[in-house]
Design a protein. Structure first.
Length: 95
């Protein structure tokens, strides 16, 4: 089983469903372009949508971005087999 499947054993059916699940964890979400990690929204670092605005923000094909720092999260990309021996150095996570 790959890491993504382990983290998300039941994929969210829509970006809106994923955004709602992330908001339940108190993470700050924002829509990003479909099939992209990039957010081209002006001042995206300050973007905030509350639970009531999610349905309007996540319309049509898009991805879900998370404002990591403001959500109390940090990202560590482990996308090379060379990094695997160092994964144990990472602190535990509740994410």
């Amino acid at each position: 089983m790959d890491t993504l499947t382990a983290l998300h054993p039941q994929p969210y059916p829509t970006p809106l469903a994923a955004a709602k699940a992330y908001r339940e964890r108190k993470w700050l979400v924002l829509p990003t372009e479909h099939m992209s990690k990039a957010c081209y929204m002006k001042d995206w670092q300050d973007y905030q949508v509350d639970d009531h605005g999610l349905a309007m923000a996540f319309v049509g094909p898009c991805n879900v971005g998370i404002l990591l720092g403001k959500s109390g999260l940090t990202d560590a990309d482990i996308d090379s087999s060379d990094a695997v021996p160092f994964v144990s150095w990472l602190p535990p996570t509740k994410a």
